[in-house]
Write a protein that binds this ligand. Structure first.
Ligand code: ADP
Ligand code: ADP
Ligand code: ZN
Length: 215
């Protein structure tokens, strides 16, 4: 199962990816998570990426393509993978095509999650992540333990620096300008499957699994 989860910030890509990892035992490849880890480690790549991420812009294509190329070569991708947050530009999609053809692999489907703009803002402002185990929450839609800690491990929840309203609006504009054209791109390739992302997390997951059964 080799798939891309496509959709604007807050559409539920990460949430759905975690459920698919559990179901299919294939890895989630989140360029956002990998870039945030590089920023935390203060690696040269992280230092370079941070300014773009803080502003809600995109990190240069060659940086993210390099990360994904290396990641896809690891053994755990042999039976498939879930790309979450990549590709985000047409040049990234073209580069992915080359990387996959070098590896002798083909995509099975591109799942496009659609969600209204105001719902995206609400999802992103309420998003929290456990600093200890990485589990995701939403203050209203998937609330943590009553004392505000992680319900899985008791860890402290944090809010991403770029989940502030001003940065969110910028990220949504960037999505429309740079990433939305990939819907047409993958439609033309016969790979695009749209899923109504306004439904509950569980219903969205069921819709994705139904699509993957036929893919
Ligand atoms: P979200 O899940 O809210 O869409 P991500 O965690 O995927 O956010 O990405 C956070 C930030 O990391 C983006 O705003 C961007 O700066 C950077 N980033 C992640 N993936 C890519 C990518 N494929 N190309 C360029 N920048 C990226
Ligand atoms: P993305 O990875 O696309 O940026 P996330 O999976 O991080 O999106 O989801 C953004 C926020 O919205 C999280 O706080 C998550 O708990 C919440 N969320 C995800 N899917 C749904 C849904 N179907 N309904 C309501 N809230 C959701
Ligand atoms: Zn936790």
């Amino acid at each position: 199962m080799k798939i891309i989860l496509l959709g604007p910030p807050g559409a539920g890509k990460g949430t759905q990816a975690v459920m698919l990892v559990e179901k299919f035992g294939i890895p989630q490849i989140s360029t956002g998570d990998m870039l945030r880890a590089a920023v935390r480690d203060k690696s040269p790549m992280g230092l370079k990426a941070k300014e773009y991420m803080d502003a809600g812009g995109l990190v240069p294509d060659e940086v993210v393509v390099g990360i994904v190329r290396e990641r896809l070569q690891l053994d755990d991708c042999a039976n498939g993978f879930i790309l979450d947050g990549f590709p985000r530009t047409v040049p990234q999609a073209d580069a992915l095509k080359l990387v996959l053809s070098d590896l002798g692999k083909d995509l099975d489907a591109v799942i496009s999650l659609t969600v209204d703009t105001e719902a995206l803002v609400e999802r992103l402002t309420g998003r929290r992540t456990c600093s200890a185990c990485g589990k995701g929450f939403h203050l209203s839609f998937d609330p943590p333990a009553e004392d505000g800690s992680c319900s899985a491990c008791g860890g402290e929840l944090t809010q991403r620096a770029d989940d502030q309203e001003a940065t969110i609006r910028n990220r949504l504009d960037v999505y429309l300008a740079q990433t939305a054209p990939l819907e047409d791109y993958y439609q033309r390739a016969g790979l695009l499957k749209a899923v109504d992302g306004m439904q509950s997390m569980q219903t969205v997951q069921e819709a994705i699994q139904a699509i993957l059964q036929d893919a």
